[in-house]
Every structure is written in structure tokens, then in C-alpha cells.
Design a protein around this ligand. Sequence first.
Ligand SMILES: NC(=O)c1ccc[n+]([C@@H]2O[C@H](COP(=O)([O-])OP(=O)(O)OC[C@H]3O[C@@H](n4cnc5c(N)ncnc54)[C@H](OP(=O)(O)O)[C@@H]3O)[C@@H](O)[C@H]2O)c1
Length: 270
Amino acid sequence: MARIDALWPEAAEDLREEQILAAYAPPQVPWLRMNFVESLDGAVTREGLSGGLGGAADRLVFDLMRWWADVVLVGAGTARTEGYGSMRLPDDAASWRLAHGLAEQPVLALVSGRLDLDPASPLFVGAPVRPLVLTVGEAPRRARERLAEVADVVDAGTSVVDPARARAVLADRGLGRIHAEGGPTLFGTFLAAGAVDELCLTLAPTLEAGGVGLIARSPESAPTAMRLAGILRGDDELLLRYTARPADQESPRASASGDPSSSRTEAPLS
Ligand SMILES: NC(=O)c1ccc[n+]([C@@H]2O[C@H](COP(=O)([O-])OP(=O)(O)OC[C@H]3O[C@@H](n4cnc5c(N)ncnc54)[C@H](OP(=O)(O)O)[C@@H]3O)[C@@H](O)[C@H]2O)c1
């Protein structure tokens, strides 16, 4: 297992798996967490993929964050580009989830307007739980019918998926712990709608240059104040957690008292 140290709010060396999981416990439910890796100069991809940027610590935390998820939310562009396949967490994760009051496996939810998704893909046919596709009223009818054979296809907007409606759809299904894995278009629309509670950002120790863009893209800028909630370090990678909070709320440092779970405010997990 990759060595990961905690730097803030409490310092601790060589965290055990359970300690890393505790650091990523959703502070409340519902909670939407967005996870990204970027280079020091802000690149989100190397040769078109995010995987080239992240090291061992990023990969470990990427996997462990899924353990907490009721639903893993992914933009169709990321699913297509990154070649998402069947999302099945390993047996130890499934046991841990059951012991913590979660379903054995999270639901995979894809966000797509065009529905250019292959129903025969392992992403659908190999899924341990029937996936969800969040789409729009204007989505092509044929594609919708074909996908409906392998997934629940639900409208959450007219021409674009409205983040508030998407969250309501997930809430109705009891999927409050939302773990989003991007990509930038999804993040941009959710950020602009004020629908993101937390950003987990790995700073990868590399400079990429080139023309690769921001982790969040939207037609208009959406300045959003964030508060630092935690810093882990794995080798030369920094694993940052930031929460979006109204400016008048107490800072995470004041409320957390060094215990990553003590800032939970509602619906604590078993
Ligand atoms: N560095 C990282 O951590 C990281 C993480 C994820 C992805 N990436 C990279 O980001 C790149 C992909 O970027 P991207 O912006 O295309 O990713 P994306 O946000 O996953 O995909 C964009 C597509 O998702 C759908 N979509 C997203 N938000 C929507 C909304 N509100 N309403 C309707 N549809 C919506 C649309 O699908 P349809 O076209 O089907 O309508 C849209 O074309 C890839 O190179 C990937 O490797 C990097």
C-alpha cells in the first residue's frame, strides 16, 4: 500500500487504510464530492488521460473514496475517454461497506445529453448494480430506448442536466453520498449551479505545459469560495480537500478539533 501521511489538521505518519477512509468520511448526507488530479501547472490530462498524472497515493485514495459512495457520478465524456468498464468494488470494500451501513456496491450514474453510450459496454452489462443515466428531455429517443434496457434512464433537465434536479433524482433513490469523478464539463455545470460540496484535488508533482485545460469548465465563470478541510501527502503528491461553505460558517479548523469525523453535523454514518 502506498505510504500516506496526514499533514493537516492533525499530523500523522503512515496512515492505515482505516485512517485514510476516516479522513474521507462524508461530513454529512447528502454530500457531493468531486475528485480530480491535476499537475502543478493545472493540467488535467497527459496524452488525453488523467491516469498519467496520478501516482500511487492518488490511485489508492481514488479507490478508497469509492468505498464511501452511494453513487459514483461520471460525465459521459470521461466514461468514453477514460474507457470506464464494469465498476465492481473488491470483496474487502463490499464487506467494509456492509459493516458501515452502505449497500454492497455503489450505483454508477452517468450524465449525458446525447446518450452516445454503448448499451453493450461492460459498463452496463457487467455492472453489479443497474446503472443510472441522467439525461435530458431532448435526448435522442432511439438511444434512450436502447439504454433503458440496461440502465434506468431519468430526465433531469430539458437541454442540459440541471445539477439540482440531478441531486434530487439521486436523493429520491436514497443515494445521498455522491462521489463524482468528473470530468471538467460536469464539474463546471455543477459548480456554476452551486451543487458541489467538496473538491478532492490531488496535486501531482509534475509540470505538463501544452494546451490542456481547467478541471472545471463552464460557459461563464463561477467564482466559488472554498475552505481547506484536509491535507494528506503521499511521496511528492499532495491530496487536498476543500469544502464549499458560506463565508459566515465556522472554519473546518475550529470545528474539527483534529478529528476528521468530528465535523459531522448531520446524518452520521454507522
Ligand atoms: N484530471 C482528472 O482528474 C480528470 C477527471 C475526469 C476526466 N478527466 C479528463 O477530462 C476529459 C473529458 O472532459 P469532459 O469535459 O468531456 O468530461 P465530462 O464532463 O465527463 O464529459 C462531458 C460530457 O458529459 C456530459 N455532460 C456533462 N455535464 C452535463 C450536463 N450538465 N448536462 C448534460 N450532459 C452533460 C455530456 O455528454 P454527452 O456528450 O453524451 O451529451 C458532455 O459532452 C478527458 O480527457 C478525461 O481524461 C480528467
